[in-house]
Design a protein around this ligand. Sequence first.
Ligand code: PRP
Length: 221
Amino acid sequence: MTTVSNVVLLPQTNQLRALHTVIRDRNASQTDFAVYSRRIIRLLLEAGLDLLPFEKREVTTPVGQTYDGLGFTTPLCGVSVVRAGESMETELREMLPGISIGKILIQRDKQTKLPDLLYKNLPGDIAEGHVLLLEPMLATAGSALAALDVLRDSGVQDERIVLINFLASPQGLERVGRAAPAVRIVTSAVEDGLNEHAFMVPGIGDFGDRFFGTLPRTGTS
Ligand code: PRP
């Protein structure tokens, strides 16, 4: 796994590239898109959990020996940026049943690409632990930064936030890195850049539309 300052890029293995190849294909079915992207989401979440603080925890094995293990030291919740971030909730719940998941609804204006906060509902004790912020797309990073502001307003410290991201532009990573250097970002791919419409290239299209099947076939984001 590569760690560059605040960014953790998943190892670019053949297996990961094969998963990306399925979902980046404009002709992928909704089912394939959801199934294969969820496999990557699982990897992202596992890598994100690895960034949390651990403490020593011993257990006795079935053969009566001591295993010098580790356990989380901090409460944890998820916060998804609706709508695309909700694609990560099922995996997170399967990994950590009972985890609290808050929601922030931010939509990019179709013309200006600027984010608009429309709704939020967060766990009441969110400031007491760590937060996995679920935002699959980091293009201009306007949406992610707006979501980070909401978490800060709720008392969450930047160093307790891990942004779980599927696809990022270099510009988006740099913008978050400058505005919130203590926030860790886990991603599965760094794109070449943005086109004139602020869509990532080579890109994946509109993640939310493709995952939830609300798409125009030629959707781009
Ligand atoms: C998309 C995507 C991110 C955001 C990324 O959301 O899901 O939230 O754009 O772009 P940015 O980094 O330039 O802000 P969109 O507003 O299209 O809504 P959706 O989740 O319903 O697709």
